[in-house]
Design a binder for this molecule. Structure first.
Ligand code: OSB
Ligand code: MG
Length: 368
C-alpha cells in the first residue's frame, strides 16, 4: 500500500456523565483520529491517549507531535508498505505506543478495506457477538453509585467494574453487593492508586468474591503485584503494567497477575494485542478487552479483538450511548447483554463526515 496522505482529526465529544477515576475526572473525550489515504482506499485509526498524561505518559498533544515529526515521515518515506510493517518501521522510536497504535490501526483498516477483509477475520476472531461489561466511575455517594449500577444491570450489562481509590473501595463494593447480591459479576479497578503497604487493606476486598482487582499498584511495580497476588484471594489483573507481549510474559512468569486486561493502544497496536492474547493463552491466563472511552472507531476494532478465543471475560465494551449522546459512527448498541462484531471490510464502520465536521477542534493533513 502506498500512503498518499495522512490526516489528523482531533475532536471533542461530551460524555453523557462525568467519568471519575483515581487519576482524573473526564467530562469530554478529547480524541485524536488518524486517517490514512492510499491509492486504493482510506483507513481510520483512533488514538486512545487522554488529553493529559495521567493514565500513562502519553497525551494528545504529544501524540500529534510525535506522529507529525517522526512516525508519519518514517512510514511515508519507506515506500509501499503493509500494516505488518508499521511496527518494525517505527521500532527505533521508543515508547509512544498509543500514537503508534493509531497509525497502524489506520493502515490496517485501509489495507483490509482494499482486500475486502474484516478486522475480525484478520485478527482471528472466533465469535460473532461479545458480552458487554461496563466501567462505573467513582461517585459522590453510595445512592448515586447504586442508581448507576442498577441502571446498567437493568440494561443488561453482563459485568460491572467499579473504579476504586483509597476512601472509595471496601464500603462501595459492600454497598453494591448488599443491593444487588453475590451473583453479579463484579470487579474493581484502582488505576495504580495503592501502595505495597496497603496489602492488609486490600485483603478486606476478599470477602466479596470479586472477579479481579485491576492494577492496584504503580505501573513499574511488578514485584509489588507479585507480593500482593500471593496475599490476596482476589485475582490480580494488570492493565497499565502490560505494555507489550513481552511484558505480559514477564508479569505472568513473576506471578504478578493471573488475568490480563488487553488494550491495543497501550501495547502499540492491534497486532501486538493479538500477541498479548496469544502469550496469555499459552500460559492459561484469561484476558479481557479494556476500554479507553473510545468512539465508534476504536469500539469497532475492540469488538473484533474481543471475539478472539482467550477473551473469556466480558470487556469494557459498552454501548455508544453509555458514553456519548452522539457517536461519530452509527452507534453501537447492546442486545441481550451482547454486541455484534462488525462484519464489513476493515473496521466495518467509518466516521460520519457531518459529525466530524461539527466535532472537530483541529484538522491537519500531513501529506508528503
Ligand atoms: O483503566 O480501564 C481503565 C478509561 C480511561 C482510562 C483508563 C481506563 C478507563 C476505563 C474506561 O475504565 C472503560 C471504558 O472505555 O468503558
Ligand atoms: Mg484499568
Amino acid at each position: 500500500m502506498k500512503i498518499s496522505g495522512v490526516e489528523l482529526v482531533r475532536i471533542e465529544l461530551p460524555l453523557t456523565s462525568p467519568f471519575r477515576t483515581s487519576f482524573a475526572v473526564e467530562t469530554v473525550r478529547d480524541a485524536l483520529l488518524v486517517r490514512v489515504v492510499s491509492d486504493g482506499a482510506e483507513g481510520w485509526g483512533e488514538c486512545v491517549a487522554l488529553a493529559d498524561p495521567v493514565y500513562s505518559s502519553e497525551y494528545v498533544d504529544g501524540c500529534i507531535d510525535v506522529l507529525k515529526r517522526h512516525f508519519v515521515p518514517a512510514l511515508v518515506s519507506a515506500g509501499p508498505i503493509g500494516a505488518h510493517e508499521v511496527s518494525p518501521l517505527l521500532s527505533r522510536f521508543h515508547g509512544h505506543r498509543m500514537a503508534k497504535s493509531a497509525l497502524e490501526m489506520a493502515v490496517l483498516d485501509a489495507e483490509l478495506r482494499e482486500e475486502g477483509r474484516s478486522y475480525a477475520r484478520e485478527l482471528g476472531a472466533t465469535r460473532t457477538v461479545v458480552p458487554c461489561g461496563v466501567s462505573v466511575g467513582i461517585m459522590d455517594s453510595h445512592p448515586e453509585l447504586l442508581a448507576a449500577v442498577g441502571g446498567y444491570l437493568e440494561a443488561g450489562y453482563r459485568r460491572i467494574k467499579l473504579k476504586i481509590e483509597p476512601g472509595w473501595d471496601v464500603e462501595a463494593v459492600r454497598a453494591v453487593r448488599r443491593e444487588f447480591g453475590d451473583s453479579v459479576p463484579l470487579q474493581v479497578d484502582a488505576n495504580t492508586a495503592y501502595r505495597r503497604q496497603d496489602v492488609a487493606h486490600l485483603r478486606r476486598l476478599d470477602e466479596f468474591g470479586l472477579l479481579l482487582i485491576e492494577q492496584p499498584l504503580p505501573e513499574e511495580d511488578l514485584r509489588g503485584h507479585a507480593m500482593l497476588a500471593a496475599r490476596l484471594e482476589t485475582p490480580v489483573c494488570l492493565d497499565e503494567s502490560i505494555v507489550s507481549a513481552a511484558a505480559a510474559a514477564d508479569a505472568i512468569t513473576l506471578s504478578a497477575c493471573s488475568i490480563v486486561n488487553v488494550k491495543p493502544g497501550r501495547v502499540g497496536g492491534y497486532l501486538e494485542a493479538r500477541r498479548v492474547h496469544d502469550v496469555c493463552a499459552a500460559h492459561g491466563v484469561p484476558v479481557w478487552c479494556g476500554g479507553m472511552l473510545e468512539t465508534g472507531i476504536g469500539r469497532a476494532a475492540n469488538l473484533a479483538l474481543a471475539a478472539l478465543p482467550n477473551f473469556v471475560l466480558p470487556g469494557d465494551i459498552s454501548a455508544s450511548e453509555r458514553y456519548y449522546a452522539e457517536d461519530i459512527t452509527t452507534p453501537f448498541t447492546m442486545a441481550d447483554g451482547h454486541m455484534a462484531v462488525p462484519e464489513g471490510a476493515g473496521l466495518g464502520v467509518a466516521p460520519i463526515a457531518a459529525v466530524l465536521d461539527r466535532r472537530a477542534t483541529h484538522r491537519e493533513w500531513l501529506t508528503p
